[in-house]
Design a protein around this ligand. Structure first.
Ligand code: PLP
Length: 382
């Protein structure tokens, strides 16, 4: 799923003229409030080529995912996450299917416990069940993060347990460090492997208050994404014990993911680790500042304060008028602000997601909140 610029959930129809205008205005925009800057394809390719020049061997290619920048990237992931082995994948969906399949086969059970709002359940068109025969057990429903007692409520043999850090469809929710450590202990005591869907683990680190390797030590295996917060082209990696990662590589080939080269994706991931990763704490701090200022202007946020650089915004106005104003603003100002808004559960309220990235830091908090308030326009006759 894209980070910004798309509806937060898939409710809007292609035929919706406001959505079509939204997309057109988004492409034409010269300035962005949410997420990262949007380089042209040519600028992006030049930037990725420049990344190759920074490597010890700028001439090296990977061949079918071995050697070259892919190997450099996999080594870097091992160091950062404190895991002995890592394998790059073209997509997170493939990475998680592969590693969960290996864990489940080892345990002799395809039952996987995971949050009801997990990406696997909500956004993967049942692929993991259809292709791998997983049977899901829901640890939670709705916007809550699983805790150790959520696991106790699921008796019987499990192949693996998955936690999504942060739980994106719950509002980018994270547990406290102690809750996460308790959960990990509960899995360990039960002898079931814990896997982290760490698509946004980079953005989870400031809230958890521990280093990436300490966080990953709580799980047996971890998947990370290179194209969300790190703003790579695409791509993912799984890290964990060598025998699990080796077997996951076999699944990568079986699923058609061992491409002749992963070079552009690997280079863009290395750029993300070098440029974007150190900025994550600033993004999270700015998310908290924006959220706090929005609240003083009658706009609610969830979670409050945000756990990561992304959060949900709720406004006491209907989403249709709000989206009209949003698109008019984008067209007039050649500026994007948020993804389209959707109807909230509370009648007459709307919500959307907001993600802080490099583009957001080019705005002062005041200027950003003024622009959002201009669009929300919560006055009674709005
Ligand atoms: C939490 C989470 N897990 C997994 C994925 C799948 O990643 P990919 O798009 O690389 O297949 C995504 C993608 O948005 C995600 O948000």
């Amino acid at each position: 799923m894209s980070e910004v610029g798309e509806p937060a959930t898939a409710v809007a129809e292609e035929t919706d003229s406001v959505l079509l205008r939204f997309r057109a205005a988004s492409v034409r925009a010269e300035r962005r409030l949410a997420g990262g800057d949007r380089p042209s394809p040519a600028e992006e390719m030049r930037s990725i080529a420049d990344e190759a020049a920074k490597l010890d061997d700028p001439e090296a290619w990977d061949r079918y995912g071995e050697l070259g920048p892919v190997e450099v990237l996999e080594r870097r992931i091992c160091e950062l996450l404190g895991k002995p082995a890592a394998a790059m994948f073209p997509s997170g969906i493939m990475a998680q299917q592969s590693v969960l399949r290996v864990l489940c086969d080892e345990r002799g059970s395809r039952r996987v416990a995971l949050p009801g709002l997990s990406h696997l359940l909500v956004h993967e068109l049942d692929g993991p069940q259809l292709l791998q025969g997983f049977r899901y057990e829901r640890l939670t429903t709705g916007s809550s993060f699983p805790v150790a007692s959520s696991l106790t409520k699921i008796p019987g043999r499990l192949g693996a347990v998955l936690l999504e850090l942060p739980l994106r469809d719950g509002g980018y929710l994270l547990p406290s460090w102690d809750e996460l450590a308790d959960f990990s202990r509960a899995c360990h005591d039960r002898g079931v492997p814990l896997h982290f869907d760490g698509a946004r683990i980079w953005e989870s680190q400031p809230h958890l208050g521990h280093g990436l390797a300490e966080i990953c030590a709580l799980a047996d295996t971890v998947y990370v994404s290179f194209y969300k917060g790190l703003r790579g082209l695409s791509g993912a990696a799984v890290a964990g014990p060598p025998e699990v990662v080796d077997e996951a590589r076999q699944w990568r080939s079986r699923l058609g993911g061992t491409l002749a080269t992963l070079l552009p994706y690997a280079l863009s991931a290395l750029r993300g680790l070098r440029v974007e990763l150190p900025r994550v704490p600033d993004y999270q701090a700015r998310a908290q500042e924006l959220a706090s200022e929005l609240k003083t202007r009658g706009i609610r946020v969830f979670p409050d304060p945000p756990h990561t650089n992304a959060f949900r915004i709720f406004a006491p106005v209907g989403h249709e008028g709000l989206n009209e104003r949003l698109v008019a603003f984008m067209e007039d100002e050649r500026t994007t602000l948020t993804p389209p808004w959707e109807a909230a559960d509370v009648p007459g309220w709307s919500w959307t997601e907001f993600t802080v990235g490099a583009a957001t830091l080019n705005w002062s908090v005041c200027e950003a909140v003024d622009a959002l308030c201009r669009v929300v326009d919560a006055s009674p006759d709005a």
